[in-house]
Design a protein around this ligand. Sequence first.
Ligand code: RIB
Length: 306
Amino acid sequence: MAAAVVCIASWNADLVSRIPRPLARGETLIAEGFEISPGGKGSNAAVAAARQGAAVAVVARIGDDEFGRMALGLWEAEGIDRRHVEIAVGERSGVAQIQVFADGDNAIAVFRGAGAGLGAAHARAAAGTLATCRVVMASCEVPLACTLEAFRLARSLGALTLLNPAPAMLLPDELLPLVDVLTPNEGELAALAGPAAASVDEAAALLLARGVGAVVVTLGSAGCRLYRRRADPLHEPGRRVPVVDTIGAGDTFTGALAAALARGELLPAAMRCANAAAALSVSGRGAIAGMPRLHEVNALLAGRAA
Ligand code: RIB
């Protein structure tokens, strides 16, 4: 089946330690738990989109190591097209060291490994797949050169572009006008907009003025808000859910949004689906265990049990 969603994807094996609170500099704490689980903002979003029923392909670079094999196994199990995955001989796969605190919040250090070698040529090699898809998504965990080329191609071939600007960084002026939908959290939005913006509203307006098509700001338990030019902001309230951990909630939001847009939903409806999917995702341990299927999102939106 031709991919409806293409993800320019980072892949990390997540090494997750559970500790009561954030570490102080120079401190050692005994962890109460540890697990190795699938991660990477791109791979997480790809899995989220696949679970929402989209045919998904990833463009990625992984190492020829145990963690690389873990990625291939995951993508196969989730029905994700792996034909544009390069296995880099002699290189390590990406790794994320994650600390989860008692309240479910986390801190993450990412080593991108082979993923750091993803470039414009990888996007060009996937041009045939980009030509027939409906949505191309990326995060800031992959090199910008690859995202830029993929978004240029997507634009010229008629696909929508979706960028999760995580981790937070300044983005080049040439990229923003190629972004149809940007999905920052509040911190990423502030970093992108800079000190000139004093509020979420002002920061979103600034990014729209720099050429982004629409900004969907994720607000954690407060839900999310959609900003477009010449339209009032649209707020989608948060949902009260028990939190195991929030790893991958933003990635689930982006992936579910991509899947909804790919099946033809308009942005307000797609945002509702993404908001519900992200709320459900925090009920599981690690990035993907809690990621819901489409029927679970539909049940939550309809107010019934899945
Ligand atoms: O957004 C969560 C993800 O960030 C984790 O899976 C980790 O790999 C880092 O990429």
